[in-house]
Design a protein around this ligand. Structure first.
Ligand code: NAG
Ligand code: NAG
Length: 341
């Protein structure tokens, strides 16, 4: 009964919303958030502060329409955090990526509350399902120990972004296997530091990484990006612009997680850590080397020549590279301020 009631209420609201948006659509294409709210978090306590980031998120009402900054004081926040889809327009603002850290330690093989294995996507220390999320000057870590090569069930994400139009600047992402789950939606990462060993940026996001450092801690073999585009009609892909690839190797710079995976590196510096061939087709059987779009454009550094190591990943012409060189790749004109790009 309660269930039925909830359902009819939901549909009623839904029809109202459709009616409302149809009626106002010609006036306003987009009704953004209104007003500002500041919420403070300090793990060391204080007046008018939450002690945990999740408590601060929980205090924000569902269907939030207010630009909400959660200001997180320096410290280690040892907790798992979820920002649900019902809470858009939230910003996590730390005091610096060296001093403000949210961390947890779940691995894919660990069991969840109902006894089932977590699997990779549910290991993230921080998960964001909401749209219009942003984070500045803060780090996210998964502190599970790094697996040795061949160990199963040790995927351990630090952050998962599944919401649309997410913006990150001055953030750190620390883990080993599968650090940053760039799952779905349009995302922009500026001046971030991303560390890991295997597929440490992965998923089916449509994302631009600009002026970021991609740091490998691989011991025997590793890989940076695994992109999961699965059809030629999807607009997803990873564009790395003016990044810096450092750390230990040898590493593949990209792997064909999806049949139509897209990964482009432009104006990027590569240390001498790139594996022979540079790229990996994931399974050697599904001919992904014929359907992926992997390319480099004006890259440099001692590892740069190896990034052109296979015939299906090559130096792009300007007109091929062009769509991956500006924030228009993520439709940024509509949601990223020029000063933030
Ligand atoms: C983030 O840190 C940078 C560099 O320390 C600083 O210039 C900037 O103002 C900070 N941003 C915020 C939102 O605190
Ligand atoms: C492409 O991959 C197939 C197997 O999926 C392999 O047989 C073929 O040699 C590869 N071609 C190139 C050019 O690497």
């Amino acid at each position: 009964m309660a269930f039925l009631f909830v359902h009819s209420f939901f549909f009623f609201t839904f029809f109202l919303l459709c009616f409302f948006s149809a009626a106002t659509n010609h006036l306003h294409h987009w009704v953004g958030p209104t007003g500002h709210r500041l919420i403070k978090v300090n793990v060391n306590g204080g007046s008018d502060v939450f002690l945990s980031v999740q408590a601060a998120v929980d205090s924000i009402p569902d269907y939030n329409t207010v630009n909400t900054i959660i200001r997180i004081s320096p410290g280690y926040y040892v907790e798992k955090v979820v920002v649900p889809a019902t809470k858009p327009y939230i910003t996590f603002e730390g005091g610096g990526k060296e001093t403000t850290v949210i961390e947890w330690h779940d691995r894919a093989g660990d069991r969840g509350p109902s006894g089932q294995q977590l699997r990779t996507y549910r290991t993230a220390s921080v998960t964001v399902f909401a749209n219009y999320f942003s984070a500045r000057n803060i780090s996210f870590k998964n502190t599970a120990p790094a697996p040795l090569p061949g160990m199963q069930g040790w995927q351990a994400a630090a952050f998962r972004i599944s919401g649309d139009k997410a913006y990150f600047s001055g953030c750190g992402f620390y883990g080993a296997q599968d650090t940053l789950c760039d799952d779905a939606g349009r995302h922009y990462f500026k001046e971030c530091y991303i560390e890991g060993s295997i597929d440490f940026i992965f998923g089916n996001g449509r994302s631009m990484y600009k002026d970021c450092e991609l740091h490998s801690i691989a011991t025997r073999f590793g890989s940076i990006a695994a992109q999961d585009r699965n059809s030629p009609h999807e607009k997803t892909g990873f564009a790395f612009l003016r990044c810096k690839v450092t750390g230990s190797g040898p590493i593949y710079v990209g792997r064909a997680m999806g049949q139509y995976s897209r990964i482009v590196y432009a104006y990027t510096y590569f240390d001498d850590v790139v594996a022979h061939g540079g790229w990996d087709d994931w399974d050697h059987v599904s001919n992904k080397n014929k359907t992926v779009f992997f390319g480099v454009y004006k890259c440099w550094g001692p590892g740069a020549s190896k990034v052109k190591g296979v015939s299906w990943a090559k130096e792009l012409e300007y007109k091929e590279a062009h769509p991956f060189l500006a924030k228009s790749f993520v439709n940024g004109r509509h949601w990223i301020a020029p000063s933030d790009a």
